[in-house]
Design a protein around this ligand. Structure first.
Ligand SMILES: [Zn+2]
Length: 233
């Protein structure tokens, strides 16, 4: 690592684009990225604000949750696992700037982009995040007259809209009054797309995040393993 002029030298190797070059696919390099990622959390105050000089920006809850968990493999081998996106007031078009770390995306919004578009947001490009524990079972819901869903790549609640006539089949939870519990049913659904990052509601993490959540209660004294075995017999 010491011989490298910049972390970007870890990537590409001249023929692999933005992927981690094979010779750097080592534990030490992985640890460096995790450490850098962890360090980011120390720059956010207890109220969720990132402050740099005279700039300050409230980091969304979902982004803070993403910072509190380690990076996954696909985020380390990708040079730009995150991006900042905003709409320019000049031409009304959406722009994106890829970043190497979550904290660099936060810094970019806090110091520049929030002044161009106050609704600027961060996108997790290489992997999505399922809904954080605090918001489980609370989405989708109506906010300001619109239905919002948990977007795994925006790490926030977002509007999803139709773009074409596509439909698909998926399992969905429905409350059964008769059984007094949720049951899964296969239903035909319209394809919806996130207005900010573009993912669809077919995304696996979207599907698990936007469902009613139930707490599994385990009675004391009952060993679940034993019960399973008994049923198998
Ligand atoms: Zn999104």
């Amino acid at each position: 690592m010491a011989k490298l002029a910049s972390p970007s030298d870890l990537f590409g190797g001249g023929y692999t684009g933005n992927l981690l070059a094979p010779q750097h696919n080592r534990e030490k390099v992985y640890a460096w990225f995790q450490k850098k990622h962890e360090f980011g959390t120390t720059l956010i105050d207890p109220d969720g604000y990132y402050v740099s000089g005279s700039h300050s920006w409230r980091v969304p809850y979902g982004v803070r949750q993403a910072m509190s968990v380690p990076l996954v493999h696909s985020q380390i081998v990708n040079q730009f696992p995150f991006a900042v996106t905003w709409i320019s007031p000049k031409d009304g078009r959406r722009y994106k700037k890829k970043t190497m770390h979550l904290i660099s995306a936060i810094h970019l919004i806090a110091t520049q982009v929030q002044y161009v578009d106050p609704t600027a947001s961060i996108i997790a490009r290489s992997t999505g995040y399922t809904v954080p524990p605090k918001l489980r079972g609370k989405l989708p819901r109506t906010m300001n007259g619109h239905m919002v869903y948990w977007c795994p790549h925006c790490m926030d609640a977002r509007r999803f809209r139709r773009r074409d006539d596509r439909t698909f089949y998926a399992q969905k939870k429905f409350w059964s009054a008769e059984k007094q519990r949720y049951v899964w049913k296969e239903v035909k659904l319209a394809c919806l797309y996130c207005q900010v990052c573009g993912i669809s509601n077919q995304n696996m993490k979207f599907r698990v995040s936007n469902q009613p959540y139930e707490k599994v209660r385990i009675k004391s004294g009952v060993r679940r393993v034993g019960r399973k075995r008994a049923r198998a017999r």
